[in-house]
Design a protein around this ligand. Structure first.
Ligand code: FA5
Length: 366
């Protein structure tokens, strides 16, 4: 009796016999034991998971050797079937357990080989790779968020595509109001716009959270205006607002001072003058002595020695009303810091266009 011909390198273990007559019990037992020891030898010797699986299928599979043997049970005298069945099951269990443990050790070996090939020495110094870093505007924005959060302000976000109502009407700038011309607007075809300032976030925050509230809203704003050393079409502002009971200009000045000391770490020369913004009353312009030219005059300050930085004022009662807040009970201050200009002052950047140029020779200095 010889083993069946190989299929895909897997030795087939079934003897080719056809049983039309009652089978000899001893032959059957011998066959089970031979099949089992042959399979166990193969499992122990094979070195690839594919071959191993081939043996499993050939021996234990639905059409495998043991399945063929099981078919012969019908030809076994009924009194002996239990014994042969038991023998068959024990053999299958043994082969299955050998198969599993061999499979696990082959998988472990494969993993070890793969890891050995993939091993990388992380301690070797890297050459030629430069670490990224934050943009100067982001550096200041992060600092100011921290500062205001430490003073009880929450940081609020708003969309760059805004409704006309939030950007203008709710801020006491109705259509046809001349103040709309103060900010040249990019209009979208559907009547929305690219927000011209971060002030619409005041409206969103007041409606959402109600008073009392302290919030800052940093973000990108857009204006359809001519670009020069201190004007971009896309730049950053940081809106601030506090609404509570009995808020005065003294509160406003306190927070402005905290902001400037934190950014500059020293006294900087500022001036406060009346300013008109329909959403505050009274309104102020806070200018900083130009730090690019130390006030002697340059393209950034348009030779004036001063840079407009931080307009502010007390929130107009109409704005509170538009946001469902009773101005008889609540009042507050608001400011709209020119974040990009602030970065220019702190780092003495003499042209705003450098900040969005993407020029690494410039950016790598920060
Ligand atoms: C406003 O945008 C008001 N929303 C600010 C405000 C908020 C006032 C709350 C009162 C209360 P203004 O248009 O002046 O204001 O812009 C504010 C700051 O943004 C300016 O002081 C300036 O620092 C900066 N800024 C304005 N236009 C540009 C520009 N084109 N490029 C760079 N920075 C600009």
């Amino acid at each position: 009796m010889t083993p069946r011909a190989n299929v895909d390198c897997v030795p087939c273990l079934l003897y080719c016999l056809s049983f039309a007559i009652l089978i000899n019990m001893e032959d059957l037992k011998k066959r089970i034991s031979e099949t089992m020891s042959f399979a166990i030898t193969q499992i122990a010797e094979l070195c690839s998971l594919e071959q191993l699986e081939g043996v499993r299928v050939a021996v234990l599979g639905r059409k495998g050797d043991f399945a063929q043997i099981a078919k012969m049970l019908g030809t076994v005298p009924p009194g002996d079937r239990a014994e042969i069945g038991q023998l068959l099951n024990d053999a299958k269990r043994q082969i299955e357990s050998q198969f599993q443990s061999r499979k696990q050790s082959l998988e472990r070996l494969q993993l070890q080989e793969r890891l050995a090939q993939e091993w990388v020495d992380l301690t070797i110094p890297v050459s030629g790779v430069q670490a990224g870093h934050r943009h100067p505007v982001t550096i200041i924005q992060d600092e100011l968020e921290e500062l205001f959060m430490s003073m009880g302000f929450r940081v609020v976000d708003g969309p760059e595509i805004e409704s006309e109502y939030n950007n203008f009407d709710a801020l006491n700038i109705p259509a046809e109001h001349p103040a709309r011309d103060m900010q040249d607007t990019f209009w979208l075809a559907d009547g929305h716009l690219l927000r011209t300032h971060t002030s619409p976030v005041q409206v969103r925050a007041l409606k959402k959270f109600g008073p009392p509230i302290r919030m800052v809203a940093p973000g990108r704003v857009f204006r359809n205006e001519e670009v020069d050393a201190s004007h971009e079409h896309t730049f950053y502002q940081l809106e601030g607002m506090m609404v509570d009971r009995d808020i005065s200009v003294a509160h406003l000045l306190h927070f402005m001072k905290a902001l400037l000391s934190s950014v500059f770490g020293r006294d900087v020369e500022v001036r406060l003058r009346p300013g008109y913004f329909p959403f505050v009353e009274p309104g102020f312009e806070l200018d900083i002595r130009c730090l690019v030219c130390s006030g002697v005059g340059c393209p950034v300050c348009k030779q004036s020695g001063w840079v407009e930085l931080l307009p502010c004022g007390l929130v107009h009662p109409h704005v509170l009303q538009n946001c469902g807040v009773d101005p008889k009970e609540w009042n507050g201050f608001a400011f709209g810091l020119g974040l990009t200009r602030l970065a220019m002052m702190r780092y003495r950047i003499d042209d705003i266009r450098l900040l969005q140029s993407g020029d690494l020779r410039f950016l790598n200095q920060f």
